[in-house]
Design a binder for this molecule. Sequence first.
Ligand code: CDP
Ligand code: CDP
Length: 214
Amino acid sequence: MTVIAIDGPAASGKSSVSRRVAARLGFACVNSGTLYRAVTREVLRQGADTSSPESIAAVLAGAEIACGIGDGGESFVRVNGDDAGAELSDAQVNSHVSLVAAVPAVRELISHLLRALARERPLVMEGRDIGTEVFPDTPYKFYLDASPEIRQARRDAEGGTDRVAARDRLDSTRKTAPLRTAADAHVVDTSHLTLDGVADAIVEKLRTLGIVPK
Ligand code: CDP
Ligand code: CDP
């Protein structure tokens, strides 16, 4: 099993960089945040209270969550048969996802699904707890960071209303699997790097660890 774990806060560049690294290695690419977003969207769709772990657990118990790797080599997720598309990054989901992701039952189920994907093929997987909790034994761990101001400016430039500081705070202070840097992660400050520059740094490091680009 080979997993390249890429963690970090919102808008540190994880999704864009993971895609590039996966393409260079010939690995599949998994965005674990989409699973948390898909569950959150279902909780909201059902009108459940996102501040109630019991209500969230009830939605989860009745939901069928399917995820896998699509033909293009990227992960997909469907909850009760629906992939939700662009709704996964809408304002409602942005402002509730960290509450839902703090619920231990949600984390347990999603971590289980993520581990199953890694048994299928080599992966680049990005998220918040991939190197610390989901695959603590992988020797390939990266932590992307950038200043809060730069990360907020990146999100603003995409349009929308995502407030990264609010999610950072909840994600870093929750009890179960908080966002933190694994002791053995290679930290990359992306503040003043291009996406290709970040991908280059990661691929170079991986080469020294014996992972050869295709
Ligand atoms: O793209 P961005 O970094 O803004 O967010 P995302 O990766 O789509 O993740 C959305 C939310 O899901 C995060 O703010 C976390 O609350 C949660 N998440 C998590 O708890 N653990 C993960 N491995 C991935 C995401
Ligand atoms: O997945 P995550 O939320 O960590 O970040 P992303 O969605 O990959 O990146 C957020 C935005 O910042 C995107 O529009 C990227 O193109 C941009 N970005 C950038 O321009 N330069 C970087 N070094 C990192 C991200």
